[in-house]
Design a protein around this ligand. Structure first.
Ligand code: ZN
Length: 380
């Protein structure tokens, strides 16, 4: 089913709203949970017993930054049909004791890299701070999401006059070049107050924080015929959003449909809530047990399951056309991309490619292919 251009622009605007409302993985997961609740899904908690019903729709989160949702069919259910993406994007994390005085005239912030990113786009533009706080309350420790949501800091470039070689290539030092300017001398000691105020809590009650910089630039639909769009965090919230739309619109009478959005892909996925954790495994096992099925039935279901790992692909760059593989050259708006890699950094093989192609064919969705040039390492 091809969608018309007007509908496409509407969908893209919905995506941009989601991206702008999701400055961190915590916000993305909260927003997805909100959409699922609205669609009638019931929230489960890992620390409680699960009572699941046939024909039921459920979701569960871990660390507030990964979320799994699933739909149980009314009849006999075979395998799990899983769509997975990641909730995190490269950024700069605010360190503990972040304020640094400079020259008695400035306050800058001590930050460190989260994930691998191009440094240049972070310079000379308004940035803000968002993330998660853990606060002391009368009922014990509680978490609270926070988004300062105003132009708050900036990482200023050094002028060309003082760095004549910068356009010949520059090796940015994360400890000295990338520290954002927060304020003048009067700003000393106010950062956590600002954060506390935005979260509606007392500064002294903040006992822990996971805070990140984010780009304040708005998402935009652009190009001669509005054929392109750009926004921060499309890697990978674009796939999280697109797969969620598909998950909510679709249905499967014979399998459990699973939508997964997992944190920490940008730093290797090995955290307790990452793709390499027990989160998905635990959830599928508990689902099996709650339906009164045996271990044998669980393994049988797994054997007839399929998972799509959805992330961004590199389109051919108009200024660097030689960076793309000679025969697998995806273009913007050319269709969904299947990524191949002989060393299995992308796990596609003939079987999974054929299954995916046949699904796309049924839906009349064009498919493109991507491999890295054989002399170039890619992502994973
Ligand atoms: Zn990604």
């Amino acid at each position: 089913m091809r969608i018309e251009n007007a509908e496409c622009i509407q969908l893209t605007k919905g995506l941009i709203r989601f991206l702008q409302d999701s400055p961190t993985s915590f916000h993305a997961v909260a927003n997805i949970a909100g959409i699922l609740r609205e669609a009638g899904f019931t929230e489960l908690h890992e620390g409680e017993k699960w009572e699941l019903k046939k024909n039921g729709s459920y979701f569960v989160t871990r660390n507030q930054s990964s979320i799994l949702s699933f739909r149980i069919p009314a009849g006999t259910c075979g395998g799990y049909q899983i769509m997975a993406s990641h909730s995190d994007s490269p950024s700069f994390k605010i360190k503990e004791n972040p304020e640094m005085e400079a020259e008695n005239h400035y306050v800058k912030l001590n930050v460190e890299k989260y994930g691998g990113m191009l440094c240049a786009p972070w310079f000379d533009r308004p940035l803000s701070i968002a993330g998660r706080l853990v606060v002391r309350t009368a009922d014990g420790l509680q978490t609270k999401l926070v988004n300062v949501d105003r132009d708050l800091v900036m990482i200023p470039n050094l002028a060309i006059h003082m760095n004549r070689q910068v356009n010949d290539g520059y090796d940015y030092n994360a400890q000295s070049d990338m520290l954002p300017l927060y304020g003048g001398e009067a700003a000393a000691g106010t950062l956590m107050k600002t954060i506390a105020q935005s979260a509606g809590v007392a500064e002294e009650d903040i006992l822990g924080h996971d805070l990140y910089l984010y780009n304040r630039m708005k998402g935009s639909v652009w190009g001669a015929g509005e054929e392109f769009f750009s926004c921060g965090r499309i890697d990978d919230l674009q796939c999280a959003f697109g797969s969620l739309e598909g998950f909510l619109a679709g249905g499967n009478a014979h399998s459990v449909s699973v939508h997964a959005v997992l944190d920490n892909e940008e730093v290797g996925s090995t955290t307790k809530q990452g793709a390499a954790s027990t989160f998905l495994l635990d959830t599928l096992k508990r689902l099996n047990t709650a339906l009164g099925r045996t271990e044998e039935q669980y393994l049988t279901a797994l054997a007839s399951s399929f998972m799509v790992s959805a992330d961004n692909a590199h389109g051919v760059h108009p200024n660097y056309t030689d960076k793309a593989d000679p025969t697998n050259r995806p273009y913007l708006n050319g269709g969904i991309v299947i990524k191949f890699n002989a060393t299995q950094k992308y796990t596609t093989d003939a079987v999974s490619a054929a299954v995916f192609r046949s699904v796309c064919e049924k839906a009349d969705v064009p498919v493109q292919t991507f491999t890295n040039r054989s002399d170039m390492a890619g992502g994973s």
